[in-house]
Design a protein. Structure first.
Lengths: 421, 360
């Protein structure tokens, strides 16, 4: 007993707990409950402006009819509904505002509610350090259509992005889109009937896992694009996902990069570096189960590298790819189909490289690595042969790429569990 | 030894001062700006609490509050605007290159939005809508909007914003109806944000560098000279630029267009603004064609792209996303994202002819 108290570590522990207890009791976090009313727009927006850091807003069950976008600029606020099918922010009568909900502060938790039929994006998060979105639904109802908003979940220029248990339906760009961000976990979500199910763009360190993406145009996209403040997207792991039957016709407005994604794409990697794709179930995608391509449009951005590098694929379960390729509306699908003929592959690499590498070969560590992908079939295009007549430019031998790079580390985010559970 | 009458003498000497003091306290004291209302943490509930005006409904400023105008202003649904600046005694706003003035704590920028009932008749009745204030507090700028009451004798703080259905008659005699949107506090922030701070947008030296008629003095002065004279600012450079008046058809069309875009878009579309992720930068300082939108592809525009490939296609306004978004009234498409419910015909015409004249 005596020894027990003499233990300095123990004392320190106690002091910290006492201090924490005092601290939390001084800064008493308020919980505000709000229910739907005729004046939901003003009430809800006012509450979001008046809350203090640490406070919680509870959205009671019901449909909140909103006419303008909502926004939150306070950090450390929790907005929590009573369920993604119960507390519904309905923007179908929206008159102004480029998105449903805009968050521009740090350490915000969004949980258990839905954002429906917003005129622009569903939930946009800009420049946040710490955004935790759990069990939230974004949806555009009815058939997938071009007039739907672009993104369901749209964190951009943010750090420590956590999206879990969410459902994204009907986005005319991507259901879950994380752009120009860093340290990202997207797990256990469902994305369907979007143009892209999940898209990670110009971002660093992302883990995308245990998601179910089906009935989109393309399931999961990993992109890196030029002319943006943050580019050179890298270190992205895509694993344990199911990317199935992504055969919805592309309904993205033209001009957007996703409008070039072929209907029936399981996973698409464009440019990007250090991407690991493993243990996914990828099947029944009508054009291609998995494609790895270079950025195909002109750019004069000297800081941009348009070719994918160090992409590894292993232990994925592929089946039934390319049974109805999108040849009438998509250039990539058309070329692929012409070269592949009857034997459409599971995995496609466009083979485009800088000129020097076409002749002298790729750097060993920058090549595609593939291993243990069952009976997955493969096709890449040999660009030199492609330019010569009467020579089959297809390379179907996956076996040459079998040296695995050292695996990427798992992304770690300090999730405020007490606010999420 | 003191003269017996010295006391009387002193008393007499003080009398005029006493008299003056009393005069001040009765005629002047009530219209001194309420400095504590500016710097206090919470925004006052009513506009009248600031004492910015000697006659609030008539928008006549009190002596320390100075009216100003910008060469090229932001378009806000054809509202007219009265702008005022207040800098507390003994302080000056500091000049900073390529920036707005750095105002001392306790300063205020005040802007009243109103419609002229009939634009063909300058004397027609005006409809006061809202008065926005930017207040420089110890921890930075704070923003708020006061909506004018029914009686139009005071304005009340509306932190959640408000939609006002209003109308007026324009130069062509048309009745224009508008659902005018008073921004909420967060929306103030969206436009005034630079990095993680709020900043004023308008009072940049080059956008102030013009003559203004001061009704109280009955005189016309260059605003910068006047501000220096009134000790509102500490300095302006001799070689100061002047923003091009977007409406002045004698000016170069490119300069007019850039001026218009800088004021209307550049506060978000800059590398520190809210739209930095778009890679489209329209501020005064941007010189790179791609960043200005020329053959620039959209990034996250969604249906804002209008099925088009580039922000600006030289020579082809009808194929330029930038113009498409200026023409739209759909909240998911239109630009700016907030603060506009009507098309700005004249602005659209300017940008359209600018793109038209660009070499392909």
């Amino acid at each position: 007993m005596f020894n027990f108290f003499k233990n300095e570590k123990f004392m320190l522990y106690h002091l910290i707990t006492i201090f924490l207890f005092l601290f939390t009791s001084i800064v008493s976090a308020e919980v505000y409950e709000i229910g739907p009313s005729k004046n939901s727009q003003e009430e809800l927006q006012e509450l979001m402006i008046l809350v203090n850091p640490g406070d919680t807003i509870i959205l009671k069950e019901g449909v909140y009819e909103l006419t303008d976008g909502l926004s939150l600029t306070h950090s450390n606020v929790t907005i929590k509904g009573e369920g993604m099918h119960k507390s519904i922010l309905d923007f179908s009568k929206q008159i102004s505002g480029a998105q449903g909900l805009l968050v521009s502060s740090d350490q915000v938790v969004l949980k258990d509610f839905a954002v429906i039929d917003s005129k622009g994006d569903g939930i946009k998060v800009v420049g946040a350090d710490g955004i935790y979105i759990v069990n939230v639904r974004t949806q555009w109802r009815g058939e997938p259509k071009t007039s739907n908003g672009a993104y369901g979940f749209y964190p951009v220029q943010s750090k420590n992005v956590y999206i879990e248990g969410c459902i994204a339906i009907g986005a005319s760009d991507a259901g879950i889109y994380v752009g120009q961000s860093e340290n990202i976990i997207v797990r256990n979500n469902i994305a369907e009937y979007n143009v892209a199910g999940i898209e990670i763009e110009n971002s660093y360190y992302a883990d995308v896992y245990e998601n179910i993406v089906k009935f989109n145009t393309g399931g999961i996209l990993v992109f890196d694009l030029p002319d943006l403040p943050q580019q050179g997207g890298h270190s992205i792991r895509v694993f344990d996902n199911k990317s199935i039957k992504n055969n919805t016709a592309n309904f993205a407005p033209k001009g957007n990069i996703v409008s070039t994604v072929p209907r029936g794409t399981g996973i698409l990697v464009l440019a990007s570096k250090n991407v690991e794709i493993f243990e996914n179930e990828i099947r029944d995608n009508a054009t291609i189960n998995l494609a790895i391509v270079s950025y195909f449009e002109e750019t004069d951005d000297v800081n941009y590298y348009p070719h994918p590098r160090t992409i590894s694929l292993y232990k994925n379960d592929f089946s039934n790819s390319g049974f109805d390729p999108d040849i009438y509306s998509n250039e990539m699908a058309k070329i692929l189909s012409e070269i592949a003929g009857e034997k459409m592959p599971d995995i496609f690499w466009d083979g485009v490289l800088p000129l020097k590498q076409i002749f002298f070969g790729q750097r060993q560590e920058e090549r595609i690595f593939a291993k243990d992908n069952g009976n997955a079939s493969y096709l890449s295009i040999n660009p030199i042969k492609y330019l010569l007549p009467f020579i089959d430019p297809a390379n179907r031998d996956l076996g040459e790429f079998d040296q695995m790079p050292s695996p990427l580390k798992a992304v770690e985010i300090n999730i405020p569990l007490e606010r999420i559970n | 030894m003191i003269n017996w009458y010295s006391f009387l003498y002193k008393k007499n000497r003080c009398l005029p001062y006493f008299y003056l003091f009393f005069l001040c306290s009765f005629s002047n004291a009530e219209i001194l700006v309420n400095d504590s209302a500016i710097i206090q943490e919470k925004l006052p509930k009513k506009l009248s609490e600031f004492n910015f005006f000697s006659d609030l409904p008539a928008q006549i400023p009190n002596t320390d509050v100075v009216p100003y105008e910008l060469i090229t202003p932001l378009f806000s649904d054809y509202t007219k605007k009265k702008r005022f600046v207040y800098v507390p005694d003994g302080n000056k706003a500091k000049y900073k290159e390529k920036s707005v003035y750095q105002f001392p704590n306790g300063s205020a920028l005040i802007k009243t939005f109103y419609f002229l009932g009939d634009e063909r008749k300058p004397e027609s009745k005006i409809t006061l809508l809202e008065t926005r204030v930017l207040l420089k507090k110890d921890d930075g700028w704070d923003a708020g909007s006061y909506v004018w009451n029914e009686e139009k004798n005071d304005a009340v703080l509306k932190i959640a914003g408000k939609a006002i259905n209003s109308s007026w008659i324009n130069q062509d005699g048309e009745i224009i109806k508008v659902r005018y949107k008073v921004p909420n506090k967060n929306q103030c922030q969206e436009c005034h944000q630079s990095g993680d701070k709020l900043i004023p947008i308008g009072p940049k030296p080059r956008n102030l560098n013009k003559d203004l008629f001061y009704p109280k003095l009955g005189e016309k002065h260059n605003q910068l000279i006047f501000w220096l004279d009134k000790e509102i600012i500490d300095h302006y450079p001799d070689s100061i630029d002047r923003v091009v008046d977007w409406e002045n058809t004698n000016e170069d069309i490119e300069d007019r267009a850039r001026s218009y875009l800088a004021i209307n878009c550049g506060h978000c579309h800059s590398n520190t603004g809210n739209a930095s992720s778009s890679g489209l930068y329209l501020d005064f300082l941007e010189e790179r064609p791609k960043q200005l939108g020329i053959y620039k592809k959209p990034v996250a525009a969604g249906r804002g792209s209008g099925n088009m490939k580039y922000s600006i296609v030289p020579g082809k306004p009808e194929k330029s996303i930038l113009l498409y978004r200026m023409l739209s009234l759909d909240p998911g498409v239109m630009m700016p994202e907030s603060g506009r419910a009507l098309n700005h015909k004249e602005g659209i015409a300017l940008i359209s002819s600018w793109i038209e004249t660009m070499r392909r």
